[in-house]
Design a binder for this molecule. Structure first.
Ligand code: NAP
Length: 297
C-alpha cells in the first residue's frame, strides 16, 4: 500500500482519471492540481491550486504525459487554464521527491537536473512504451478508417520507423491485409522487417519508395517526411504523424501540395484512456512501492 505517501497530480488528459483512481485505491494522499472539472469521487484526494500544494511533503509529482512545453506550461483537459511548472515552485520540493512524466524535453529535463530531482520519463521504459503501442495502433487504425474511403486491406501502407510503436504498427497493418513497407536505419531492424514478410526500406531511401503509397504513418521524431519525400508522395495519400510534437512531417509543404497530413498526438488517451491510464498507474505504483520499501528498510 502507498499509505502515508503524498502525490501531486498536475493536469493531464483522461488517462489521469484511471491513474488517480488507482493511486487512491493504494491509499496514497493526492493533491489534484488543474483538475477542477474532473468528475467523480476520489477518497484521499483533494483539488487544490498550484500554490496550495504542500510541496515540502510530496513524495512524487505526476505530470501530464507530454511533460511541459518550453516555458513549463502543461496540458490539462480538466481546467480552463494551463498549469505551469516553474523553478520557484519546484525549489520547494524535497530532494527525494520523484517527478513522473511520459516524455521529457529540454525545459523539464534541465529544471530537474538543476534541482537534482529524479525525473522518470515513463515512455523511456521499454515495457511502458510497448504496452502503450497497443492503444496507439488501435487509434491509428481508427484514424486510417476515418480519413480514407478505401479499405486498409490491400492498400499500400508505409510505416516510418521501427521502434516500439513502429513494430506494433507494421505487424497489425500487415495482419489486416495491407501491403506494408516499413522503414528503419539499423541493419538488424531491416532484417527483422524482412523476416516478418514485410518490405524493408532504409529510412534514407523513403523518397524513392513512396510513389504508390496510400497511407504513410510516421513514428520518427525527426524531420524525415521532408520536401523530397512529400514531392514523391501521391497527392491523395494520407499522412498520420504519430511522432511527438512537432512530428516528423513538413506540414507546411504537405499543405502546399494538398496532401492530408495529420499530427495525431496522444491517441491512447483518446481511444483507450482507461487502458492507457492503467498502464501508467501500474508502473507508477510499482516505482512508488519500491521507493517506499527502500526508504523504510
Ligand atoms: P522508439 O522506440 O524510440 O522508435 C523511434 C524510431 O525512430 C526508431 O526506429 C528510431 O531508429 C527512429 N529514429 C529516431 N530518430 C531518427 C532519425 N533521426 N532518423 C531516422 N530514424 C530515426 O520510439 P517509440 O516508442 O516507437 O515512439 C515513437 C514516437 O511516437 C515518439 O515520438 C513517441 O513520443 C510517439 N508516440 C506517439 C503516440 C501517439 O499517440 N501519437 C503514441 C506512442 C508514441 P533507431 O532505433 O535506429 O534509433
Amino acid at each position: 500500500m502507498l499509505t502515508g505517501m503524498k502525490v501531486a497530480v498536475i493536469g493531464g488528459d483522461a488517462r489521469q482519471v484511471e491513474l488517480i483512481k488507482n493511486l487512491c485505491e493504494w491509499d496514497a494522499t493526492l493533491y489534484l492540481v488543474s483538475l477542477d472539472n474532473l468528475e467523480g469521487d476520489f477518497p484521499g484526494a483533494q483539488k487544490v491550486k498550484m500554490d496550495e500544494v504542500p510541496r515540502d511533503e510530496l513524495d512524487a509529482i505526476v505530470l501530464p504525459v507530454p511533460g511541459t512545453d518550453d516555458e513549463g506550461y502543461m496540458e490539462t483537459h480538466f481546467a480552463d487554464e494551463s498549469p505551469r511548472l516553474t523553478k520557484t515552485w519546484l525549489e520547494g520540493v524535497k530532494s527525494s521527491c520523484l517527478v513522473f512524466t511520459g516524455i521529457t524535453k529540454d525545459y523539464l529535463t534541465n529544471l530537474c537536473n538543476e534541482l537534482h530531482l529524479k525525473l522518470i520519463p515513463l515512455f523511456d521504459r521499454n515495457d511502458v512504451a510497448i504496452y502503450n503501442s497497443i492503444p496507439t495502433v488501435e487509434g491509428t487504425i481508427m484514424m486510417a478508417i476515418q480519413h480514407t474511403e478505401f479499405t486498409i486491406h490491400n492498400s499500400n501502407v508505409t510505416i516510418v520507423g521501427f521502434g516500439r510503436t513502429g513494430k506494433s504498427l507494421a505487424r497489425s497493418f500487415h495482419a489486416l491485409g495491407a501491403n506494408v513497407k516499413a522503414s528503419a536505419r539499423k541493419k538488424e531492424d531491416l532484417a527483422r522487417i524482412f523476416e516478418m514478410g514485410i518490405k524493408p526500406i532504409h529510412t534514407n531511401d523513403l523518397s524513392k519508395e513512396v510513389k504508390d503509397c496510400h497511407i504513410l504513418i510516421n513514428t520518427v521524431p525527426s524531420p524525415v517526411i521532408n520536401v523530397k519525400v512529400l514531392q514523391n508522395l501521391p497527392q491523395h495519400a494520407l499522412i498520420i504523424d504519430l511522432a511527438s510534437k512537432p512530428g516528423g512531417t513538413d506540414f507546411r509543404y504537405a499543405k502546399k501540395r494538398g496532401i492530408n497530413a495529420i499530427l495525431a498526438p496522444g491517441l491512447p488517451g483518446i481511444v483507450a484512456p482507461n487502458t492507457a491510464g492503467n498502464i501508467l498507474a501500474t508502473v507508477i505504483s510499482q516505482i512508488l512501492l519500491e521507493e517506499k520499501g527502500e526508504r523504510s528498510s
